[in-house]
Write a new protein. Structure first.
Ligand code: FES
Ligand code: MG
Length: 563
């Protein structure tokens, strides 16, 4: 059995005692005298994204045993987007602590990180990076697409589109219920380029997951074969001592950002990759992210920015054709979990075949990057816009601010007939950041006020300190840092102020002079600290801003390198 165990008395007695307990489950000495591979079980009855976890554990265990190891599955927190109050982001760091400590607490020579939903992959990688035991990721895989009256649909880009049509009176209650049955027609993660898909592609690019691991659908036999191969490889990385810090290097993160951008990926990936890198002492510089953004075209034609679904990307060859197209822009010598470099993996993969999901470099969907980092007096430490999902006509826009104080205020007034709002105004939401939300809800997709929606208005400039679901679209500025609840200038915006957005110039400005802003700042009453206990206390006092990945400050080691 694994030597690295806490001691009860002498080392020999310590192992003797543990063996006695593990043998209660019927293990023989022969079974126990092998490399131990922990398998993290993130399934629960609340989690449809992880509903295949039991099957994948079974297949991974088979792989571990075929390779001569002994598998040990163990649970950690299970997070799913729909059932994680107040937000799954708020709980991501709790899960990362859980993952880190349970990897450390229990004897294991390697660990399989198994999960797929938006916050699960980041939490697994954050915890594993900190524990730094040889680790390999296996995602649960994307769900299949559904269809409604002949039209292909899927969670959750189409959720919003159809709900918008229902709000505008175009779809009846019966019709919207039919749509509801088809949005998530199988288990697995959201089938568009949302955060889960984005993080899966990012993780495969980082090299912490086997090639082809990102896109294989959740319900396919091939996903179980991947699990078996992951189990086999886990035993080998234990022997090789292939720890996460050897794989997740600054160059690997640069590659991951390139792929996220080329995939038209979720804005949330910026925060998660920053958090994962931070755990390894790698500081992600947002200006560098913007630079990468400018040079990387969007090549993947997937919803919400394009037309296809994850199952189509799988049929087009998965991540491999994208890596091939991006090859001239990637750092191909990064070591991956196969023991080979990213470039070697790509060269060894099946040849590409004609397909329409991944465009060639010469014929991109968007020439510039899918994401841009904005700065200005209202966002001194940055804000993000998903250019690929924005309306080009609104990317340079001046408008009158219509301010919502928080989520409750937004819910109360957005559909009011009395709301003083026109199509050229800029909707402002604050106190929805990491602290103010709390947990930075995906509220940045502020709905179009009902009276404007009924007039046919489909998009407006919307700005906030919140996040946005990777499956949403619109001219939406997110992650304004520092957030209002931390005293950021977003807190000082008043109704009727003029805000100007210029995405090409990377500017977001509040057209109010510095003297007036200072007057407002000194007049502002400091928010009283809410009474906190338990995890809320930990979160409130230690959560960092978006530019530090919204991780807990004490979980981030001193930065030793920069991406
Ligand atoms: Fe889990 Fe979308 S809710 S991936
Ligand atoms: Mg999501």
């Amino acid at each position: 059995m694994h030597k690295n165990v806490a001691h009860y008395g002498d080392a020999g007695f310590s192992i003797y005692l543990r063996k006695a307990f593990i043998k209660a489950m019927g293990y023989t000495d022969q079974a126990l005298d092998r490399p131990i591979v922990g398998i993290i079980d993130t399934g629960s009855d609340y989690n449809a994204c992880h509903r295949n976890v039991p099957d994948l554990i079974e297949a991974a265990k088979r792989g571990v045993m075929l390779a001569g190891g002994i598998p040990m599955a163990f649970p950690v927190i299970s997070l799913q987007e729909s059932f994680s109050h107040p937000t799954s982001m708020y709980l991501r760091n709790l899960m990362a602590l859980d993952v880190e400590e349970m990897i450390r607490a229990q004897p294991m020579d390697a660990v399989i990180l198994l999960g797929g939903c938006d916050k699960t992959v980041p939490a697994l990688l954050m915890g594993a990076a900190s524990a730094n035991v040889p680790a390999i990721l296996l995602v649960t895989g994307p769900m299949s697409a559904g269809s409604w009256r002949g039209e292909k649909i899927g969670a959750c880009t189409d959720c919003r589109r159809f709900w918008g049509r229902h709000r505008a009176g175009e779809l009846s209650r019966e019709e919207i219920t039919e749509v509801n049955d088809e949005l998530a027609p199988t288990i697995g993660t959201c089938g568009v380029m949302g955060t889960a898909s984005t993080m899966a592609l990012a993780a495969e690019t980082l090299g912490i997951m086997l090639p082809d691991g990102a896109c294989t659908p959740a319900v396919f036999a091939e996903r179980r074969r991947l699990a078996e191969r992951t189990g086999e490889r886990a035993v080998q990385i234990a022997a090789e001592g292939l720890t996460p810090d050897k794989i997740m290097t600054p160059a690997a993160f640069r590659n991951a950002f390139r792929v996220v951008l080329a995939a038209g990926g979720s804005t949330n990936a910026i925060i998660h990759l920053t958090a994962i890198a931070g755990r390894l002492g790698i500081e992600v510089d947002l200006d560098r992210v913007d630079e990468i953004g400018r040079e990387i075209p969007v090549l993947v034609d997937l919803k919400p920015t394009g037309q296809h679904y994850m199952e189509d990307l799988h049929r087009a060859g998965g991540l491999t054709p994208l890596l091939r197209q991006l090859s001239p822009l990637l750092e191909l010598d990064c070591l991956t979990i196969t023991g080979k470099s990213l470039g070697e993996n790509v060269r060894a993969a099946r040849p590409d075949w004609p397909q329409t999901v991944v465009r060639p470099l010469e014929n991109p969907i968007h020439a510039g990057g899918g994401l841009a980092i904005l700065k200005g007096n209202i966002a001194p430490r940055g804000a993000v816009i998903k250019k690929a999902a924005a309306n080009a006509a609104l990317c340079r826009h001046r408008g009158r601010a219509v301010v919502f104080e928080n989520l409750a205020d937004l819910a109360d007034r957005i559909d009011s007939v009395d709301l003083d709002v026109g199509p050229d105004d800029i909707l402002v939401l604050r106190n929805a950041g990491p602290k103010g939300g709390p947990g930075m809800p995906e509220a940045g997709y502020i709905p179009i006020p009902k009276k404007l929606a009924q007039q046919g208005v489909k998009d407006m400039v919307r700005i906030s300190d919140a996040r946005m679901s990777g499956t949403a679209f619109g001219t939406i500025v997110l992650h304004i840092t520092p957030e209002a609840a931390e005293g950021g200038p977003l807190a000082l915006v008043e109704n009727g102020d003029v805000i100007s957005l210029d995405v090409n110039a990377r500017r977001l400005e509040l057209e109010v002079d510095a003297v007036e802003l200072e007057r407002r700042r000194s007049a502002a009453r400091k928010a009283t600290e809410p009474v906190q206990r338990g995890y809320a206390f930990l979160h409130f006092h230690y959560v960092t801003q978006a530019d530090r990945g919204c991780d807990l400050a004490f979980a981030i080691p001193p930065y030793t390198s920069r991406m």
